[in-house]
Design a protein around this ligand. Structure first.
Ligand SMILES: NC(=O)c1ccc[n+]([C@@H]2O[C@H](COP(=O)([O-])OP(=O)(O)OC[C@H]3O[C@@H](n4cnc5c(N)ncnc54)[C@H](OP(=O)(O)O)[C@@H]3O)[C@@H](O)[C@H]2O)c1
Length: 306
């Protein structure tokens, strides 16, 4: 079977590589060299050491490798296009890509620009890095896979089966656009506020923060309606979005959102992939976006001050 390439050796990339490599040939591609001996800590706390096939994009470009079955892009959203560019001369332009980013920035752009199939994955698997040779699979979840124009159902099904065999349960779906926007809507109501206030998710339930959650959801719900995104759980409009946001806040009360972790580590956040598409949509549909814009401006100012 042709190999799976994984471009972006971060938390999700290494989790994929550790999971897939016992089943299929797998190459993990970065922009800098990393140790081949890698450790995965499972959600149950067991450590598994594996030698992974690690290369840099420059090393690959100097070889003539066999074309891969899939290229998984597992960088942060704002790095996805540049990462793909670094491989563009190495892979046929018909190669299926799989985009693992949160938000809705890389997905429409790469789907439009890449001639081959572009699958999008949205996952509730949780992982974080512990250095250049370690990744912790912090929580098991589920992955949904599909393409934005719904033309590659069979390919999505093949990939979902491979991931499921690799102990990353996955389902091929025909509504990935809805799922990506729904996740983005919830992320927009939680991540920027916790990042700016330096609090864990559960703190948003306090009187100091809950009115802000409500005002974000008000703008987001109107944008979702304009984008044709169904309110969650069969509910109606703003109330359904608010109910989902409070439910996620309760079930992740002790979590530090990735945007807060990025701010604390002085890394660029994924604000452009989460707030960016909402603001762009609001402008296009002539809807209010003052609250979203203020959050984006405040996070941009934080990032500029690193
Ligand atoms: N982690 C999770 O639990 C989780 C869950 C759901 C969704 N996601 C989403 O998955 C995406 C990846 O998240 P993550 O947590 O895995 O991020 P991450 O740990 O920061 O990993 C990103 C990786 O991309 C690499 N990279 C950046 N530019 C590159 C380039 N041009 N070529 C090759 N590699 C490049 C980085 O390498 P350097 O070390 O050289 O910077 C890093 O290894 C994000 O959109 C995130 O929102 C993550």
């Amino acid at each position: 079977m042709p190999p799976h390439w994984i471009l972006g050796p971060g938390a999700i990339g290494r989790l994929l590589a550790h999971s897939l490599s016992p089943l299929v040939a797998t190459t993990l591609i970065g922009r800098r060299a990393l140790p081949e001996q890698q450790v995965l800590t499972t959600p149950e706390g067991q450590q598994r050491v594996q030698v992974l096939n690690m290369l840099t994009a420059a090393q690959l470009a100097s070889e003539t490798p066999n074309p891969p079955a899939f290229v998984h892009i597992t960088t942060k959203a704002m790095a996805a296009e540049a990462a793909l560019e670094s491989l563009a001369s190495v892979i046929p332009s018909t190669t299926p890509l799989v985009l693992w980013q949160n938000g809705f920035l890389a997905q429409p752009r790469i789907s439009q620009a890449w001639p081959g199939p572009v699958l999008c994955a949205t996952t509730t698997e949780g992982a974080y890095l512990t250095g250049d040779d370690g990744v912790v699979h912090a929580g098991r979840g589920h992955t949904f896979i599909g393409d934005l124009s719904n033309q590659h159902g069979e390919l999505a099904e093949t990939l979902a089966q491979t991931l499921t065999q690799a102990e990353l349960p996955a389902t091929a779906v025909s509504d990935i656009r809805q799922r990506l926007w729904q996740k983005l809507a919830v992320n927009a109501a939680i991540n920027p506020l916790v990042a700016l206030n330096g609090v864990r998710n559960g703190e948003l339930r306090t009187a100091a923060h809950s009115p802000h959650v409500q005002s974000v959801v008000k703008e987001v719900a109107a944008i979702m309606l304009a984008e044709g995104i169904q309110p969650p759980n069969g509910g109606q409009g703003e109330q359904a979005w608010l109910a989902l946001v409070w439910q996620v806040i309760a079930s992740t009360a002790n979590n530090k959102a990735s945007m807060l972790q990025d701010v604390e580590a002085k890394r660029p956040t994924e604000r452009g992939a989460i707030l960016g598409p909402l603001i762009e949509s609001a402008q296009r549909h002539k809807l209010p976006y003052g609250v979203l814009q203020a959050l984006d401006t405040a996070i941009a100012a934080l990032e500029a001050g690193y």
